[in-house]
Write a protein that binds this ligand. Structure first.
Ligand SMILES: CC(C)(COP(=O)(O)OP(=O)(O)OC[C@H]1O[C@@H](n2cnc3c(N)ncnc32)[C@H](O)[C@@H]1OP(=O)(O)O)[C@@H](O)C(=O)NCCC(=O)NCCS
Length: 187
């Protein structure tokens, strides 16, 4: 698994994220809203991908390699690495010492394998670099899986905002998480 930052010229990933949005969320972000977000210098979209190694021709052309698996070949020959598969992504904003998670999602086939937690770990490292000391988010009150996930990651409930969401209408739980950075203890 590898984490990459999505850039505005990466149309393939933008389409794949929009497709996952449609599969997962009742109020999905469109390709346009994803592209617009990538225009914002205070926003980031990171994706976690895996590169499946395709069948390798080494074994057929070089008998001495016959016992090598495609995976071991791909690890030594990057040009043999397969098409990247999108496992999950996070969309977030940050201004000064505060960040906000707008979306985080893992493809249904790859859940409970630590994908989303890997994204949060990278965000923690980013917090240290940028001196972000507090992360905020809102989550639909019915989304118990996400609430469990955020609590496990150290987020605490701050309150409820009535009728925060449309499509369908629903209350939001507001959550936040403090991060200690080198800047946090500055006077
Ligand atoms: C919430 C979501 C992003 C979690 O992604 P994930 O990659 O499956 O999460 P991880 O495997 O990294 O889980 C980390 C921890 O979160 C908690 N967790 C994750 N899914 C959980 C579930 N279904 N039930 C209870 N706890 C859960 C667990 O503590 C888990 O650790 P463990 O597996 O060691 O017990 C994923 O379920 C998802 O995409 N949901 C739909 C989109 C969504 O609702 N996003 C949040 C609102 S934007």
């Amino acid at each position: 698994m590898e984490i990459i930052e999505i850039k505005k010229d990466q149309q393939q990933y933008i389409s794949e994220i929009a497709a996952l949005e449609s599969d997962i969320f009742p109020d999905p972000w469109s390709e346009k809203s994803i592209r617009d977000t990538l225009e914002n210098p205070q926003a980031r979209i990171w994706a976690i991908i895996s590169r499946q190694a395709p069948p390798c021709s080494c074994a057929s052309t070089a008998p001495e390699h016959a016992s090598e698996t495609a995976a071991s070949c791909a690890s030594t020959a990057p040009e043999h690495a397969g098409k990247p598969q999108l496992l999950g992504y996070v969309i977030f904003y940050y201004v000064l010492d505060e960040g906000e998670i707008a979306r985080i999602a893992t493809s249904p086939q790859h859940r409970r394998q630590g994908v989303a937690v890997r994204l949060l770990e990278k965000m923690r490292a980013f917090s240290y670099e940028q001196n972000i000391t507090r992360w905020l988010l809102d989550v639909r009150i019915s989304n118990e899986t996400a609430i469990h996930f955020y609590k496990a990651a150290g987020f605490a409930k701050d309150g409820v905002r009535k009728n925060f969401y449309a499509n369908p209408p629903e209350d939001a739980i507001l959550m936040s998480c403090e991060v200690e950075t080198s800047g946090s203890d500055r006077a």
